[in-house]
Design a protein around this ligand. Sequence first.
Ligand SMILES: Nc1nc2c(c(=O)[nH]1)N[C@H]1C(S)=C(S)[C@@H](COP(=O)(O)OP(=O)(O)OC[C@H]3O[C@@H](n4cnc5c(N)ncnc54)[C@H](O)[C@@H]3O)O[C@H]1N2
Ligand code: MOO
Length: 413
Amino acid sequence: MISYSEALKRLLHCAPLPTTSLPIQQACGFVTADRITSPQSVPPFTNSSMDGFAIRSEELATATPNAPVILTIVGSTAAGESPANAKGGTWEIMTGAALPQGYDAVVKIEDVECVGDRVRFTAPIGKGENVRLAGQDFNLGDVVVSPGDIIGPAQIMALAAVGQKNVTVHRKPSITLLNTGKELVQNTDIPLKPGQIRDASGPYLMTMLEALRYGANYGGLVPDDDKLFRARLEDILAEGAADVVISTGAVSAGKFDFIPDILRTLGAEIVFHKVTNRPGKPVLYARFANGIHYLGLPGNPVSTAVGSRFFALPLFRHLQALPEEKPLMARLLTQTRKVQGLRFFCKAHASVSEDQSLQVEVFDGQESFRIKPMLQANCWAVFDEDRSEIAPGETVAIYPLMPDRWMLRPLYA
Ligand SMILES: Nc1nc2c(c(=O)[nH]1)N[C@H]1C(S)=C(S)[C@@H](COP(=O)(O)OP(=O)(O)OC[C@H]3O[C@@H](n4cnc5c(N)ncnc54)[C@H](O)[C@@H]3O)O[C@H]1N2
Ligand code: MOO
């Protein structure tokens, strides 16, 4: 049995997946591999931020309600029209229209009075007011995305604004999920016979991976039969589509826990089996000679949840060349007792206290078969191996139950 940190070191001792080029709108959730600089200025031209009248600010220096400055409208420009040249007077202008050269500010339409082709200005205006300068957002050559950035809607907005068509990203792992267990019943229309249970870990993993924009191919439910399992795994390996195979169940010490032996006979190297974790101790990680990763998660639902959160997701991050996730720290509210020597991953609820600091409540019912506390949880509180009693007030590491991919940077930067 090895420690979690040693297991993580071995798990992440592999190269990221190759890069690929994607149209920007298909790149949401991917990690950039290249630096992209702006090939143009944004805005591309100086323009108005308001509907109103372009003027020379110095001409309005003396304007008051009693002594207004009256200027003649000499032209009009709407968004999408070519920039015009100033001809003195004032120029009717719409939001987003190019500011004619020679004007330096725009007065909002609500602040003037129009009589025919004449406009009354009753107040001075600062130079540059209601004007958006060319390049004020992005200058030519400004960095838009850097290697390691997670592409979210904001990155796509920026890439679209600078006219970028494609982006080079790390491929996401292709994942195949297998469930094992002859006690499992997936069809909810079929009543359970004595000894049977519903498959909860399979739907959890499939939807969790979907929600995190990884997605997984479902490889099926295999009864506890080593020959059937071996045949199914051989098919998956032969198809060559999976970067990572994840299974649930059949990795502990029982008569039907056949996965380690089958992996060995198929030539995989068992990199680790059994980690000082609770729950999820019998977790197994193996690697095939062609680089395919195999993660054998224990079948108990919460062991599967911990295994996917603390082994599968770190592996996926690494395969996309992302750095290791860092926890947030929170003040513990509940006295917590644990087995010394095991790292304890607890269903917990983080909240903001009255003094605006992060606090965390660890729930009762931490056993790996107990799903109900997960319904109230929003995070995992993690206690190191060497602890046994942790008192309220201590600071503990917490990890969101479902890391929101768009929030990874602000949360863990
Ligand atoms: N002698 C030992 N027995 C066990 C050990 C051990 O070290 N020595 N470890 C225990 C721990 S800890 C865990 S966790 C489990 C892991 O067992 P397996 O990964 O081999 O999984 P199974 O035996 O197939 O299932 C365990 C448990 O979970 C239920 N299960 C399985 N799949 C699902 C599913 N898809 N949905 C819901 N529930 C599922 C299954 O019925 C069992 O109750 O081993 C302990 N034993
Ligand atoms: O590790 Mo097991 O998940 O304790 O039941």
